[in-house]
Structures are given as structure tokens and as C-alpha cells.
Design a protein around this ligand. Structure first.
Ligand SMILES: [Zn+2]
Length: 1225
């Protein structure tokens, strides 16, 4: 053996005493140590002394380039002499105390831990074992253990686990020895297989002998043993052992003791550790049950309440909250069935079709829409049976709380379309022309010759009347809207009945009747005398009318502004109980004008709003529940406030305090009223008789959604939303009325059956409120409202059926608090700015009436919906300049733009954007005129009228998402989709496929307005398919429109756009129109329901003004697009777009739009907690299997196992280290 190089680069003298001693020691290594123990003793003793007395010595030994550590370790390995070993252990201890872990790293890398374990094992064989030696070895292991990722495996394989355990057992009173042993045990237990093995050796019971009630002594001992216990209890086997040993109540008692006595909060680490033990134990059902039985909820609730005021104790409060939420008993929603309270009997369910299968409905049957009296058991929520089963196998124990999120995440990544064949825009073999020919009638503009039209003096000859000739009435199309263009005066005179304006809506039975009969029917003026005020706007099932109150009021006349009504107070009287404030006021209005209320004069501000016309439109709207009332906000209209509304700042601690209030229900059940005050499932009394102590609720009007309201505390209500009709979930939209409030009192509302795992309500969004008192005071508007808003997982359970097959056990609560400013008010709350089907019809009617002569506008009825409502279809362009053949030719050859909206009824923002688009298109600006001359617009403004009318969020009456039916729409079940697609197929067949297709939507989880488009290249790029994609030809045309929008529309964000084709979206309008119709610019435009985080509106919530502006800007963008596409040279087009986009075409591959599917929100100081349970032990199943495999394998074939195991464990090591996974968003 060569002489170790004692000299170092750092100039350590080779003749220093330490070097000399090391050299001597090295000579002895091997046989010498055994032959001359005395010498070894002497040298090591001198070296130890040197290190202890001279600081530079340890540096010399450990300095780089020297082999000091090797020499020491090899001598330790070769000696059997106890004093020498002790000397060396002391030397190591001295050396490793300094150096901030780097030296420990060197020690581990030289195989030091293995040497220590071997010494430990052989020392253990001596009788009695040398206590000091054991102590030293454990001290060293405690120091270096955290540096050795494989120490746990090594210890188990050498049998050291039991040595340590036995040592602890025998030395419970020996604090000096106990501490290092426990420290080592803590390191061992971090490995899950070890934890199970140690549990089998009695480690749990042992730890409970050491963990003690509050004491000022030995706190470090207690802390280490609590830590070890936390690690041990991560194993479900150990958790079960602890439960069976009745240690849950012990843990609670210990925690309470420390909580009470640790008044100066010096030992919060121990308290936190005890909570971590409880958290781990309650990961199993047995543990949760034991926790509840031991009064854990009350203990943790009370202790946490006492900690709330001390901010530094937040970790304790948060840990307690987590445990309590996990152990909070799961309840079913207080409903007879989660299936919608309304049922629509489908006429056309195919016997074996998906709808029939899903709802087990007999084919045929009743033809009338009707209320559901007998809930279909099969689709109902079922409480998970497994909750009642005792789990005996560790492996079956697997909480699934986070699975839904993981699954969602996984499916998002897997969702990108990878099938190249499906990515190529391919026209599916078109339907035979004979079949499509019937759609010719919707494109009259392509054959009209305008021969009878007087172009010279459009003002003398009503253009609308001329337009009559261009409409071909069909069995499904409305008769022509041949309207005498009203003068400006009578348009603005909003109060005048408008007999000349035929509503879009017709009775089904009237379709065959002759035109005059219909005219007569619609010419009947509304029976309304404005000298008498309506009691409330109401519809009877058979006849709709505005109810009149008998008391005449002198002043108002129809033209007078503002109009006077006395609706509100009287309404309160009608609904309120005797003795309430409302009652006394009701008495007053018998002969006085005290209760006279005014109708807001919105004619100037809302030229498209007309109260009479609205009521008229509602009459023709058919709802499944046969609504007979009109909500005031829809009747009065909405004038957006002049100011912008900021995103709500989230306050620290709100979520926690709300969760604590929920937990309090369980702790103090006697304080809970649990009084049902509104219930759609009770057909006889949907509005429960009020005693004046409760709010009154109502949702029985168009687009209304509230199923049940339960008074929880004096000023707190749980609200349950109604599922989409013929479905058992999909709810999110809400719209309801509240009255009987106290002024200035803060009310808390909790919507307790929310489904999505995240919500913009956590990121600054507020709900909307409409006050009728405000409206009649001249401020008819929806305003953002609510404080203390948050969204979190609650304790109401749902089955996988309730989630449409997804796993996930809990509903979510959206909570907000608000107060009311006016006495006797009627207020409305909604998810987003309502926009009813009747509103659309009113707007269209007004647009028609106000049409300028140069505008070509045609309104057809595309088809009827399942519910018997008509689906309007608009054609807007400019009239030809003359009927010369040149002008007619230009007219017919304008490219088509195809727009649609509101396939998802809850996305009302889409309707407001569409309103902006329509108003711009019908406007008088030069831009609008140019745009009309450039294109023919074909617009389906509401693809799902039935869903809108009935307060659905997502589906149509068949209970299906219509935007997943585009691939194969059924003409009976999805008529609006079937016919809209047919229109597009007709256009494609006649070589007139639209230049742009865009379907307007709303997005509930992201900010800004953005687009989804379809790009072959970007999809391939994102999916990492290795296919030779470089030769794929695709120009950037699809990017131009969103790019223009991002430049001109403040709410629009290019960064949020995506052009990836997802598999889950393959049957959406966007993808089908792209792939089958061959429209390259096929988009979904998503508008936020919340607000913007970029651009001019950054920091503000979105309002109808911004949404309508977006719709107008979309038109302006189309005009810019026109300038580019007007050039026929393809390369020019590309260049132009590149200029506009400011990039080179190749950029597509290097910088595609981010594929962001999920919301990307900043984190808060108070972590937004969606998961009541942290569930980080999914891996244990494998590990426990590995553990049993290991115990078998080591007995049979010890040689093979270590590598295999160590791999498994090192893989798991990181997983173990990571903290419980909580969603960062
Ligand atoms: Zn949508």
C-alpha cells in the first residue's frame, strides 16, 4: 500500500502531527490493528486529543486531496478493540460536527454508514452490549443519516432496525442514549417499508411511551418521537394499529394538554407534530371514525378557535381545519333526487339511443312536457356503500379525493388529437344535394333579383315591405317580417304598444294557419292601461297579462316619463305575512299614492328595450315549468353603470372563517335553524309561508334557477341549484329573486352544490344583484355584489353518477355575503348578466323595426326546438346599390360570415357579445355600412333557446350538451344543431363555405376574451407526434382574426388563445366546421364571466358594456380581415398577415400560442384550498406490496433483493419528501 499523500495543495505541512499520526494509523490498518491494539489505541487517542484541542487539525484531516477519512474508516473497519473503536467514533463525531453537512456527505460517499451499521450489529451481539459504543454509533448515524438516501434500506437489510428498536425499549429512562436512537429511528421511518416493519416491531406503542403530556423537560426527546410517529403513521397499516390501540384519543388528549399549557407558544412544533399524527391517522376510515368518537371535532374546533387571534399559530389552525373537514361526516344533499326538479318527456327518444340508455326512459310515451312527479331512481345519487365497509386490507384503503383533479389533469394532457387523419381538414362525403336543397330557402339572397324594389326613393317605399318578397315562407319559416319601418319617434316611445311588430314566436298550432289570422292575433294591443299600475307582471298558463291593481293613479300617461307603477309594495303585501312591514304599507296604498312606484324610463338609454314588447314576447315563450311570471330585471332592462367594477380583492382568512362557520354547524347543532324556505320539489308550496323572520325566494321565471333555499342561521341560507332538465348535474347558472329582507343586515348565502373544482369566485369575481327599488329610482341595472366570497370543497357527497362518471366525492360551496339598502325591495341575484330568450326576441324585433332602408335584414325561423320555441336565423347584408345586374352580382358574391352563440345557456355573456355584434351590424356607421357591403352575415344568435328559457347551464331538453353533437346531430333530438350544420353543408356544397365561422361562448374559469381555433401544425407541435410535420402545408390564415382582435379589442388576449385540436372537442362546432365544412377560420370565441388581467380593463370585472363592445370589435376585425383576403394572390396574403402579426410564418413552430387548458391564477397568501383532504399516500399500496415481497425475497434469495428494492424506494423517496399535494390554483 502506498503511503497516503499527506501534503495538500493548501499547503498543509506533511510533517504536521496530525499527518504523522494518520500515517502511523495507516501502517497499522489491516492485521496491525489486531496485532497491536495498544498502539492503535494510543494513536487514535492522540489524534482525538489533537482534534479536540487544535482547531486546525480537523481541517487538515478533512482537507481536499487528502485521504484522512479513508484512513480513519479503514482502521475503524479493521479493529475489534472497543477503546480504539470508541476513539475513532469520537474522532468522527468531532469531524462531522463541523462542515455544514459537506463532511457528512464525504463520510457517506466513502461508505461510512455501512461501516457504522456493521459495528452496530456486531456490538449488539456482545453481552452486555457496550452502551457507550451504541450511543456513539447512533449519534453518528443521526448526524449522517439525512445525507444517506439509502440508509433506511441498508439498515433494514443489515437488521439494524431491530437493534435500534430494542435499544430504545431497554433504555426508556436513559435520556442520553434515547435521543440519538430516536433521531435514527426518525430517519429510518421516513422509508415507508421500514415504517411498516418498525410498526410490526412495536414502534408505535414505543413512541407513545415517550411522547408525554406537557412538560418543560425533555422536549427535544418528545419532539423527535412525535416526528418519528408522524412518519410511522403515514403507513395505513400503522395508522390502523394506532386506532386499534386507542391511540386516537391519546393523541387528542396530548394535543389538548400541550395546547393548554404551552401558553407562550414555545413548542408549536410539538403541537404541529401531534396534529400531523392525527392527520395521518384520519387518512383511514377507521381513524376518522375513532376521531369523531373521541370528540375530536369539538376538541380541534375549540382549540383552533382559541388560536385564531395569534397569527403565528396559523399552521395549527390550518392543520386542524384540514383534519376537521376530512372527518366531517359526508351528507347527501337534502333533496329527494339530484335529478332536475323539472322533467321533460322526450317525444323522440330512440329506443336504443344514448339518451334512452342514459335516462332509462321508455320510448314514445307522453308527448306533453310535464313536471316530474316520480324521480327516476336509477339516475339518482347513491351514497357510496364502501363507506360502511370495514377495511381490513391496506391495499383497498385508498381515498380518492384528489383523483378527479389528477384525472382531469391527465386527460388534458392526453386530450390533444394525435390521429393525423383526423387532423387533416377533410370534407366528409357530403350529403346528397337533394337532401340539402331544402335549405335553399334560407339563402334567398342568392337568387333575389330585386325587380320590384324602388332603389331611387327608399324612404317613400318601405324597404321592409319590399323585403317581403325575398322571404319564402316555409313550413318552418316565419312569415315575412314585413314591417312598416317605424319613425324614430315611435320607436323611442318605448311605452307604446307595438302592434305592427310581429313577434318571432308563434304558437305551434298556428303554424298552418293563414297569415291574416296570425296578424290579427298579434295586432291585438297589450291590454294595458298605464293609468293603472300592474300588481306584478304575471303570466297565466293559458293567458298572459299584466295584472292590474284597482286603484287609479291620476298622473301617469303612457307617454309620460317616468311611468308610475305601484308594483313592488303591493307585491310584498301579496307574498308577505301579516304584521310585516310590507303588510302595513299594503294598507296604505288603498287610497293614497304612498306606494306608487315608478318604472324606469330607459327608452333613451335602451333603445332596443320595450316593456310591452317584452311581455308580448314572453307570452310566446314556452317553458317546461310553464312559468307565469316575469322577472323585473328582464322587464325593466339593464343600463350598465357608467363606472367600472374592480375585481374583488381576496382577503386573508376569509376561506378559513367560512369553513369554521360550516364546522360549527356540527359542533353546535342547536344553533342551526335548518328551515326550508323555498323548495321546488314541493309542488303545492314552492314558496314557503313566511313568518317575517326569513327571506322569501323565487325562481319561477324565465332563465330562473334555484331549487331550494334552507335557512341555516338567522341571516344565513344554504341554496341548492337545479340540475339541467333531464340531467342530474351540469348546474352552475343561478338566477333568483329575494324579498323580505332587513335593511343594513349582512346576509350570507351558500350555494352548496357547485360542481367544478375551481371557480373565478376565488379570483375576484362577484355575483350580480339587481334591486327593483334602485331600478325605479332611475338605476335599472345589474351590479357586482358580495363580500367574503370564496369557493371550497364542502361535506356534501356526490356519487360518480352525479358527476357524469367522474370520480369525486364532494360538492363545492360558493359563498358570499351581502346586505340590502332598501326596505321593501325585491332583489335578484344571478351568476352573470341574464339574457333571456324573450329578450333576444324583443331585441330582434326592435332591430327589425329600426332597420335603415339600406340594410338587408331577414329573419327566418331555422326550426323549432324540442320545447316548441323557434330558433331565429338572421341574414344581414347591405341592399344592392341597384337592381342592375352588376350590383346584383356583387350582392350575391359577397363572402359569408357565419356566427352563432349561446349553445350553452349558462353562458349569457355570449348573448351580450352577440347583441354587440348585431347592433353594430345594424348600425348606421360608415364602418358598418362598409362591412355590410363586404359580407353576407348568417347568424344563429341562440342555438339553445330551450336551455336558456328553462334555466339550464349546459344542456338542451334532452339533457345533452349540444356542442358535443356536431359530428352526428340527430334531427329530432338536436334540431338546432342539425339544421345549422345543414346550412353550412349547403354552403359547402354550393362552393360558398363561409370565410369565417365563429361560435360565441362564455368561459367560467379564465379571464379575458380569447379564441380557440384549429391548426394542424400547432396540434402536431403540441402533441409531440414525431410524424414528418415539416412538409405539412398550412398558412397562417387562422391566426389573423384573433391577432387583429388582440390589437383592437381591449378585453381580448392573444396569449389565452389556443389552436390545438383536442379529442374531447372533436364534436364541437369549431372542430366539425373546420374539418367537415373545410372552414379554415373556424373559431370558438370565449368571453370571461369574471374580468380581465391584461389590457385596458386589467383589474376590472367584465360588464355588458365591455361584452357588447367586444361584439362590435369583432365586426371591425372582420373588416380588417376583408382588406387582407381581398387580395387573391396567396403569397401576398401570407405576407400581409405576417406583417400584421409581426412575425414570420416559421414562428409557428418556435412560438405557438400556449396550450393552456386550465386556469392559471396567482396564488394567495391564504392558499386556496379545494381539497378537504390531502392524500399523499397513494404510493403506499405499492410499497406495502413491496414490503411483503421483500420479506419473502430476503428469506429466499437475499442477494437479488437489495437493488430492486432500493430502486423502488429511491423512486419513492422523493415522493415521500414532497408535502401533501394541494392544488396551487
Ligand atoms: Zn360554452
Amino acid at each position: 500500500m502506498n503511503k497516503p499523500k499527506m501534503a495538500s495543495e493548501k499547503g498543509v505541512p506533511s510533517n504536521s502531527r496530525a499527518q504523522i499520526l494518520l500515517a502511523q494509523l495507516e501502517k497499522l490498518t489491516g492485521d496491525g490493528m489486531v496485532r497491536d491494539p495498544e498502539m492503535a489505541r494510543q494513536i487514535t487517542s492522540k489524534l482525538l486529543h489533537l482534534i479536540q484541542t487544535q482547531e486546525k487539525t480537523s481541517k487538515e484531516v478533512m482537507s481536499k486531496g487528502t485521504s484522512g477519512m479513508e484512513v480513519i474508516l479503514s482502521s475503524l473497519e479493521s479493529t475489534r478493540d472497543i477503546p480504539t473503536i470508541l476513539n475513532i467514533l469520537c474522532i468522527l463525531s468531532e469531524l462531522l460536527t463541523l462542515g455544514k453537512g459537506r463532511r457528512a456527505g464525504v463520510f457517506v460517499s466513502k461508505g461510512g454508514t455501512a461501516v457504522l451499521l456493521r459495528i452496530l450489529i456486531s456490538a449488539n451481539k456482545e453481552f452486555p452490549p457496550n452502551e457507550e459504543l451504541m450511543l456513539q454509533v447512533h449519534s453518528l448515524l443521526a448526524k449522517v443519516g439525512p445525507k444517506d438516501r439509502k440508509l433506511g434500506v441498508k439498515a433494514r437489510l443489515t437488521g439494524a432496525l431491530n437493534v435500534t428498536i430494542n435499544l430504545i425499549k431497554k433504555n426508556l429512562q436513559n435520556v442520553k442514549l434515547l435521543l440519538p436512537c430516536l433521531q435514527v429511528l426518525r430517519v429510518y421511518s421516513a422509508n415507508m417499508v421500514n415504517a411498516i416493519s418498525l410498526g410490526n416491531s412495536g414502534a408505535i406503542e414505543l413512541m407513545f411511551k415517550i411522547v408525554a403530556p406537557y412538560s418543560k423537560k425533555n422536549t427535544s426527546l418528545i419532539k423527535v418521537s412525535v416526528d418519528a410517529l408522524v412518519a410511522l403513521l403515514k403507513s395505513k397499516t400503522n395508522a390502523r394499529r394506532a386506532v386499534e390501540g386507542s391511540y386516537v384519543s391519546t393523541l387528542l388528549a396530548l394535543y389538548l394538554d400541550w395546547h393548554r399549557n404551552d401558553t407562550w407558544h414555545r413548542h408549536t412544533v410539538i403541537r404541529k407534530g401531534l396534529l400531523a399524527c392525527l392527520r395521518n391517522v384520519t387518512n383511514i376510515k377507521l381513524g376518522r371514525r375513532a376521531f369523531t368518537k373521541a370528540d375530536g371535532m369539538r376538541i380541534l374546533y375549540n382549540s383552533s378557535s382559541e388560536c385564531l387571534s395569534v397569527r403565528t399559530l396559523d399552521p395549527l389552525v390550518n392543520a386542524s381545519s384540514l383534519i376537521m373537514r376530512k372527518c366531517f361526516p359526508k351528507n347527501r344533499l337534502p333533496l329527494p333526487t339530484i335529478k332536475s326538479a323539472f322533467h321533460y318527456q322526450l317525444e323522440h327518444v330512440l329506443a336504443s339511443g344514448p339518451v334512452a340508455q342514459r335516462y332509462s326512459q321508455p320510448p314514445g310515451g307522453r308527448t306533453q312536457a310535464q313536471l316530474c312527479s316520480e324521480p327516476l331512481k336509477k339516475v339518482d345519487d347513491v351514497v357510496d356503500d364502501s363507506d360502511d365497509n370495514e377495511d381490513t386490507e391496506a391495499d383497498t384503503e385508498n381515498d380518492t379525493e384528489n383523483e378527479e383533479d389528477e384525472k382531469e389533469c391527465r386527460s388534458l394532457n392526453d386530450d390533444i388529437e394525435k390521429d393525423i387523419n383526423k387532423l387533416h381538414p377533410q370534407k366528409i362525403p357530403s350529403r346528397p344535394y337533394e337532401e340539402l336543397r331544402v335549405y335553399e330557402k334560407f339563402f334567398v339572397e342568392l337568387s333575389e333579383d330585386f325587380q320590384g324594389y324602388n332603389f331611387e326613393s327608399p324612404t317613400t317605399s318601405s324597404p321592409a315591405q319590399s323585403a317581403q318578397s325575398i322571404v319564402v315562407p316555409t313550413p318552418q319559416a316565419l312569415p315575412p317580417n314585413h314591417i312598416t319601418a317605424p319613425t324614430a319617434q315611435n320607436v323611442s316611445n318605448a311605452s307604446a304598444p307595438a302592434p305592427t311588430i310581429p313577434p318571432l314566436q308563434l304558437e305551434t298550432s298556428q303554424f298552418g294557419k293563414d297569415f291574416n289570422t296570425k296578424e290579427e292575433a298579434h295586432n291585438q294591443p297589450v291590454e294595458q292601461d298605464w293609468s293603472q299600475a300592474p300588481e306584478y307582471v304575471s303570466l297565466n298558463a293559458d293567458e298572459m297579462r299584466v295584472k292590474q291593481k284597482g286603484s287609479p293613479i291620476s298622473a301617469p300617461k303612457p307617454t309620460q316619463s317616468p311611468l308610475l307603477l305601484e308594483g313592488i309594495a303591493i307585491r310584498c303585501l301579496a307574498a308577505g305575512g301579516g304584521g310585516s312591514d310590507c303588510g302595513s304599507e299594503g294598507g296604505e296604498d288603498e287610497g293614497s299614492e304612498g306606494a306608487v312606484l315608478e318604472v324606469p324610463d330607459t327608452a333613451q338609454l335602451l333603445p332596443l328595450h320595450d316593456l310591452d314588447l317584452y311581455v308580448e314576447m314572453v307570452k310566446g315563450t314556452k317553458s317546461v315549468p310553464h312559468y307565469t311570471e316575469v322577472a323585473y330585471p328582464d322587464y325593466f332592462g339593464h343600463v350598465p353603470p357608467t363606472y367600472r367594477e374592480s375585481l374583488l380583492e381576496r382577503l386573508y382568512g376569509v376561506q378559513r372563517s367560512k369553513i369554521f362557520q360550516d364546522i360549527e354547524r356540527l359542533i353546535h347543532p342547536n344553533n342551526i335553524m335548518d328551515k326550508v324556505v323555498y323548495d321546488l320539489d314541493m309542488p303545492s308550496c314552492p314558496v314557503i309561508e313566511s313568518d317575517g323572520e326569513s327571506l322569501r325566494f323565487n325562481s319561477k321565471f324565465e332563465s330562473g334557477n334555484l331549487r331550494k333555499a334552507i335557512q341555516i342561521r338567522k341571516y344565513e341560507y344554504d341554496l341548492i341549484l337545479n340540475s339541467d332538465i333531464n340531467s342530474n348535474h351540469h348546474h352552475q347558472w343561478f338566477y333568483f329573486e329575494v324579498s323580505g329582507m332587513r335593511v343594513g343586515t349582512m346576509y350570507r348565502f351558500n350555494i352548496i352544490n357547485c360542481e367544478k373544482s375551481n371557480s373565478q369566485f376565488n379570483y375576484g369575481m362577484q355575483a350580480l344583484m339587481y334591486s327593483v327599488q334602485e331600478a325605479i329610482s332611475g338605476r335599472p341595472r345589474w351590479v357586482r355584489t358580495g363580500t367574503d366570497i370564496c369557493y371550497y370543497k364542502n361535506n356534501f357527497a356526490r356519487s360518480s353518477i352525479a358527476t357524469g362518471g367522474q370520480k369525486g366525492k364532494s360538492y363545492y360551496t360558493m359563498t358570499f355575503s351581502t346586505s340590502f339598502s332598501h326596505k321593501d325591495d325585491v332583489c335578484y341575484f344571478s351568476y352573470h348578466y341574464p339574457y333571456t330568450y324573450s329578450s333576444l326576441k324583443m331585441h330582434l324585433s326592435k332591430l327589425e323595426a329600426m332597420r335603415a332602408p339600406e340594410i338587408y335584414l331577414r329573419q327566418d325561423v331555422l326550426c323549432e326546438t324540442l320545447g316548441g320555441n323557434s330558433c331565429p336565423f338572421l341574414t344581414i347584408t347591405a341592399m344592392p346599390e341597384s337592381n342592375s345586374s352588376d350590383h346584383i352580382c356583387q350582392f350575391r358574391n359577397r363572402p359569408f360570415i357565419f356566427l352563432s352563440a349561446r349553445v350553452h345557456p349558462g353562458e349569457t355573456n355570449a348573448s351580450w357579445v352577440m347583441k354587440g355584434t348585431l347592433e353594430f351590424l345594424m348600425g348606421t356607421s360608415l364602418l358598418a355600412a362598409t362591412l355590410r357591403e363586404a359580407y353576407i352575415f348568417k347568424i344563429v344568435p341562440m342555438l339553445n333557446p330551450d336551455g336558456v328559457v328553462n334555466g339550464n347551464h349546459r344542456c338542451s331538453l334532452s339533457g345533452e350538451d349540444l356542442n358535443r353533437q356536431w359530428q352526428n346531430p340527430n334531427p329530432e333530438l338536436h334540431p338546432t344543431i342539425y339544421h345549422t350544420k345543414s346550412l353550412l353543408q349547403y354552403l359547402a356544397h354550393t362552393q360558398r363555405a363561409p370565410l369565417v365561422f365563429c361560435d360565441y361562448h362564455g368561459h367560467s374559469r379564465k379571464k379575458n376574451v380569447f379564441m380557440y381555433g384549429c391548426s394542424l401544425k400547432e396540434t402536431i407541435w403540441q402533441s409531440n407526434i414525431s410524424a414528418a410535420s415539416s412538409d405539412l402545408q398550412e398558412d397562417l390564415a387562422y391566426r389573423a382574426l384573433p391577432k387583429i382582435l388582440s390589437q383592437i379589442a381591449p378585453a381580448f388576449s392573444m396569449a389565452s388563445c389556443s389552436f390545438v385540436v383536442e379529442r374531447s372537442k372533436e364534436s364541437t362546432a369549431r372542430v366539425v366546421v373546420w374539418r367537415e365544412i373545410g372552414v379554415q377560420r373556424s373559431y370558438t370565441m370565449e368571453s370571461t364571466v369574471c374580468g380581465c388581467d391584461q389590457g385596458k380593463y386589467k383589474g376590472f370585472q367584465i360588464g355588458t358594456r365591455e361584452l357588447e363592445e367586444m361584439g362590435a370589435q369583432f365586426c371591425v376585425a372582420l373588416l380588417r380581415l376583408k382588406r387582407m383576403t381581398g387580395l387573391h394572390n396567396h403569397q401576398h396574403l401570407l405576407d400581409l398577415e405576417s406583417d400584421l402579426i409581426g412575425t414570420q410564418p416559421k414562428v409557428v413552430s418556435s412560438c405557438p400560442t400556449t396550450y393552456v387548458m386550465d386556469e392559471d391564477e396567482p396564488s394567495f397568501l391564504e392558499a386556496v384550498d379545494y381539497s378537504a383532504e390531502s392524500n399523499d399516500d397513494d404510493t403506499e399500496v405499492d410499497l406495502e406490496a413491496a414490503a411483503s415481497a421483500a420479506s419473502i425475497a430476503t428469506t429466499e434469495d437475499g442477494g437479488e433483493v437489495p437493488d430492486r428494492l432500493s430502486d423502488a424506494e429511491s423512486n419513492n423517496h422523493d415522493a415521500w419528501k414532497s408535502e401533501p399535494v394541494t392544488s396551487s390554483q
